[in-house]
Design a protein around this ligand. Structure first.
Ligand SMILES: COc1ccc([C@H]2[C@H](O)[C@H](O)[C@H](C)N2C)cc1
Length: 449
């Protein structure tokens, strides 16, 4: 064990009510919106082949051009109530929204810089009405904040000279002041999703990251902060030198999903996911494959079955409207959740032997299990192999309890669920299982009598 001043201060999961609520969400929405949304990954008729919100680093876009884009930001159609209604229909339980991305443009009227929404033709605070609309819709709000800030003269990638350190100390104060504004202006905020903390300057600021986290949690008790904020005494991020997670949940599963429960190392975690292959801000021309609704639903099932949350990203256009593919994804996922959300909300890792037909989830605190089925075998029978001494007592198809599926116990333990001939819903479906622990195998009885 390595002695650390600024390593993890907690082992194991947070067990308080706020974190228990976070664990029940299952499905979240990410929204990336900012100056980059005005370009949509395109400049002078040419498309940037990287992530659209990173277009400022493309040598074809002069910094002066990019850094003045905000003077055209004027989303008159912006309607956070409509955004919240779309999210509600989709079935998301929490939102993560970009207050400031790497470019430094603040979507709230910050007093720490002139590079804010107040300096745009739109003028008004974007975040306040958004927080209010989502909170009113019963969706918790979390704020994304990029530490790295390309617009700030005191930002440093590394601390090589005394001058760097003096400048970066000013930058740390600026960062703390911005975060204080966010938590003070939007007290409903349940948590902060940090980004832009991979550079050496931040890795060398372990003590500051530790005191900053403690300051923010004192300002807003219960605040939930993931593993991308902190660095330990030796510059380790996410896990400290002793392999312990620094943060309330692992944020590293960005655009990828753990293969097995072992990969999760007993941590809470979220998987933030783009609908296209890459790119978070509005991209006029989506490069490569973008995920179908069924692919997104399968990712949702995978995440919840391994104890995490899936956070699907949306990148509205500069005018505040969503593209058709994103509206379709929200509608399809919402339609599926309407029937099957019992297998997602308040659910956790089941610990049963995974079968080829799909994924198990378990309702927290109950002996209720869910089979989320994507692949019906040619036999039409789904094998269920609970741990020894557990038996399945009832199987119900969600959304259509009348469809008679039959449950056959297998004498060496486990069951088969037989689907009616020619059964097909054309989309993933859920079977709810009621289970009970067998009182005894019967042998004890014999021995006693
Ligand atoms: C260096 O590779 C990166 C760095 C940052 C990102 C940013 C994206 O812009 C988006 O905000 C995502 C959540 N974040 C990790 C993505 C890839």
């Amino acid at each position: 064990k390595i002695e650390l001043q600024h390593g993890a201060h907690r082992t194991g999961k947070r067990t308080d009510a706020d974190m228990q609520t976070w664990r029940t969400y299952g499905l979240g929405q990410f929204i990336h919106w900012g100056a980059y949304s005005l370009l949509g990954g395109k400049y002078n008729g040419e498309y940037y082949n990287g992530a659209a919100e990173w277009i400022r680093v493309w040598n074809k876009v002069p910094n002066a051009v990019y850094d003045n884009l905000y003077k055209q930001f004027n989303p008159q159609q912006y309607n956070p109530t409509q955004w919240a209604a779309m999210a509600k229909q989709m079935g998301v339980k929490y939102l993560t929204f970009t207050t400031k991305h790497h470019d430094g443009f603040c979507l709230w009227p910050s007093k720490t810089t002139s590079y804010t929404i107040a300096g745009t033709p739109y003028k008004k605070d974007i975040i306040k009405p958004l927080v209010e609309a989502y909170t009113k819709a019963g969706i918790d709000v979390y704020l994304y904040f990029s530490v790295m800030d390309w617009s700030h003269p005191d930002w440093r990638y590394d601390l090589k000279t005394r001058e760097d350190t003096i400048a970066f100390d000013r930058f740390k104060k600026f960062t703390k002041d911005q975060l204080t504004e966010l938590l003070t202006l939007y007290p409903e905020t349940k948590g902060l999703w940090f980004d832009g903390t991979w550079d050496n300057s931040w890795k060398k600021s372990g003590a500051f990251t530790d005191s900053l986290e403690q300051y923010l949690k004192a300002l807003r008790p219960g605040l939930i902060i993931g593993s991308r904020l902190r660095a330990d005494d030796l510059g380790n991020r996410h896990n400290d030198a002793n392999g312990l997670l620094m943060g309330d949940y692992e944020q590293g599963w960005e655009r990828k999903i753990p293969k097995t429960y072992a990969d999760v190392h007993g941590n809470d975690w979220d998987c933030v996911m783009t609908i296209p292959e890459n790119g978070w801000g509005y991209q006029e021309k989506w490069l490569g494959h973008w995920k179908t609704s069924n692919e997104l639903i399968e990712m949702l099932a995978q995440c919840v079955s391994l104890g995490g949350n899936l956070v699907v990203n949306f990148g509205p256009k500069g005018d505040g409207s969503f593209r058709p593919e994103e509206m379709t994804a929200a509608k399809d996922i919402g339609a599926w959740m309407k029937i099957n959300s019992n297998a997602i909300y308040n659910c956790e890792y089941a610990g049963w032997e995974k079968q080829d037909w799909g994924y198990y989830t378990k309702r927290t605190g109950e002996n209720k299990y869910y089979m989320i089925v994507f692949n019906v075998p040619v036999s039409g029978s789904l094998k269920v192999q609970p741990p020894r001494n557990w038996t399945v007592t009832k199987a119900t198809l969600l959304g259509d309890a009348t469809k008679n599926i039959s449950l056959e116990k297998i004498d060496y333990g486990g069951s088969f669920i037989h689907l009616p001939k020619g059964f097909s819903t054309g989309k993933p479906f859920v079977i709810e299982l009621e289970t009970q622990k067998a009182t005894g195998t019967g042998n004890e009885q014999k021995a006693k009598t």
